[in-house]
Ligand binder design. Structure first.
Ligand code: SF4
Length: 416
């Protein structure tokens, strides 16, 4: 979501008179840092960025910090980085444009607020063949480890017709791959219409350019058979789904305040695979939640082995201030968390490799996104199940798609 919102800000600022984007800190009058609080590592990266950017900039540079940290860590950031000029909350990102506009006229905008979330007209980064479409913001689930419901507020859904309009606009722009975004994307609701209705309506549109549509991140509890049916029969929704499970232990899921049990998770994948046999899945898995025993952890390893995810985002629990788990539980020993994570990563690495090896020699549709930075003369392409492949640029230009045999696997990337 932050990336989509950053794209929106970049496009808006590029179009404002008196402003241009610059490549170096030394040339910048303003630095905008759009932050994420979901993981501790993301916060640490943002703090590193702020110090580095300030150190390399002009003395009078003005710094605007936005995103989740403007909510979750404002007090500590004010203390650590007294030179941050503005903290702009997630719901108010448009105020950044006002701050800049005022500054252009040598005026100062006094800002203190947190308005309600407004969806923008479009989030497309000009020239990119892959684009995001935010359709839902915020979350009502309050998983005990997560700051999102506090930092982004309760769920709001974007107007149904606005989304269809943006899809048409992106198709006209030549976009090939779209990802519908929301913190809890499949709980989308606009009037009487739900996410299955949206998928159905989008699938009935006739696109000249858009080839695949993804959505991120759904919640297992918000999948139902209607949704799986409409996804299975859609020609344009990719048969590749990122479905965060977090854990396969019912007792850990309960202390995480996740609504599903181990049985629900297995049953979801069984039904989904019956309805969409060609489906590929990826997931998010957290280890080292404070109540996780060795047996719970084994259940997660078994689950990962049994489902066979193409890839997984794996991480260990980090206490996030302001969440229920932060107040309730003492953190687990770091050594235990680290060794569990390493074991999980090794297991998933083997599974990812096996799935990729099984694709070798097969013919797959690929969409070319951008020139490769590392391999001159090649373009970076993606398959429907989001595996990267390199193709010679004289065989496929950026934005084009074609069918290719995956001939070789180098690390995680195919050569086609
Ligand atoms: S579903 Fe849970 S983990 Fe996902 S954003 Fe909501 S509270 Fe956070």
């Amino acid at each position: 979501m932050n990336e989509a919102e950053s794209d929106y800000l970049l496009s808006s600022i590029s179009g404002m008179s008196g402003f241009k984007l610059v490549d170096s800190y030394e040339d910048a009058d303003f630095i905008i840092c759009n932050t994420c609080s979901v993981r501790k590592s993301a916060e640490e990266r943002a703090e590193g960025f702020i110090s580095q950017a300030k150190g390399m900039s002009k003395r009078n540079v003005r710094i605007i910090l936005t995103g989740c940290m403007a909510f979750t860590s404002q007090d500590s950031l004010r203390e650590k980085f007294p030179y941050i000029d503005y903290f702009v909350q997630n719901n108010d990102k448009d105020r950044i444009l006002e701050i800049l506009e005022k500054a252009r006229k040598s005026e100062i905008l006094s800002y203190d607020g947190n308005g309600s979330y407004v969806f923008r007209k479009n989030y497309h980064k000009s020239g990119d063949f892959f684009s995001y479409v935010p359709i839902q913001n915020g979350c009502n689930n309050f998983c005990s480890y997560c700051v999102v419901p506090y930092a982004r507020g309760r769920e709001v859904s974007r107007d149904f017709t606005e989304i269809l309009d943006e899809m048409s606009y992106l198709d006209d722009c030549g976009v090939r791959v779209v990802t519908l975004l929301g913190q809890n994307v499949n709980s989308y609701k606009s009037g009487s219409r739900n996410f299955a209705d949206l998928v159905d309506s989008i699938s009935r549109m006739r696109f000249g350019n858009i080839k695949w549509i993804y959505f991120d991140s759904p919640h297992i509890k918000d999948f139902n058979t209607d949704l799986l049916d409409v996804l299975g029969s859609s020609d344009v929704f990719a048969k590749y789904f990122h479905v965060p499970v977090q854990s396969f232990s019912t007792s850990v899921l309960k202390s995480m305040n996740r609504k599903e049990t181990q049985e629900d998770i297995y049953s979801f994948f069984e039904i989904a695979r019956k309805k969409i046999p060609q489906a590929y899945f990826t997931t998010d898995v957290m280890v080292g939640f404070p109540t996780e025993t060795q047996d719970d952890f084994r259940m997660t390893l078994d689950g990962v082995r049994n489902i066979g995810f193409v890839d997984a985002y794996m991480y260990y629990y980090n206490p996030r201030k302001g969440t229920a788990a932060y107040d309730k539980y003492a953190d687990m020993d770091l050594g235990v968390k680290t060794s569990r994570l390493e074991e999980l990563i090794e297991l998933q690495g083997g599974i990812s490799l096996e799935i990729r090896k099984a694709m070798l020699g097969g013919e797959f549709d690929l969409v070319a996104r951008k020139p490769s930075r590392k391999q001159k003369g090649k373009v970076v392409c993606y398959s429907e199940n989001n595996c990267a492949a390199l193709v010679d640029e004289d065989r496929l230009a950026c934005g084009q798609s074609g069918r290719f045999v995956l001939k070789e696997l180098k690390g995680r990337t195919f050569l086609a």
